[in-house]
Design a protein around this ligand. Structure first.
Ligand SMILES: [Zn+2]
Length: 119
């Protein structure tokens, strides 16, 4: 990393930490600060599915976990993170870096979204 890149990285981390202090969440936000307010969905209600399909759970299969997200305006990454925080979301494995929220299927009626958790 060049020193400019390092500076930008640290600035991004500082802004994320101000909005979501690390002692208040049990996961890490690996997003650009600007992306926090990016729209995830136009729907008023979505479900975020945590699938436990990473290798950490190979020997400990678990059923998917669902988080219900609602808002009276388009749902953003920030809103999702707030709900995850308020539900004490904790991946309890090596994959604790929340990189993005995405819709897995093309069904326009589906309200299921998934989170990408990196290590
Ligand atoms: Zn894992």
């Amino acid at each position: 990393m060049s020193s400019d890149e390092e500076k930008a990285f640290l600035e991004n981390e500082t802004k994320l930490d101000e909005d979501f202090p690390p002692n208040e969440i049990h996961f890490c936000i690996a997003m650009d600060y600007e992306d926090l307010d990016k729209k995830v969905s136009d729907k008023k209600e979505i479900l975020i599915v945590q699938k436990y399909t990473c290798y950490c759970y190979d020997d400990y299969p678990r059923q998917s976990n669902y988080f219900r997200i609602t808002d009276n305006k388009p749902i953003t990454n920030r809103r999702v993170i707030e709900v995850l925080r308020d539900n004490n979301f904790d991946p309890k494995c090596n994959h604790r870096f929340l990189e993005c929220i995405y819709k897995k299927n093309d069904d326009p009626l589906s309200i299921e979204y998934e989170m990408f958790l990196g290590s």
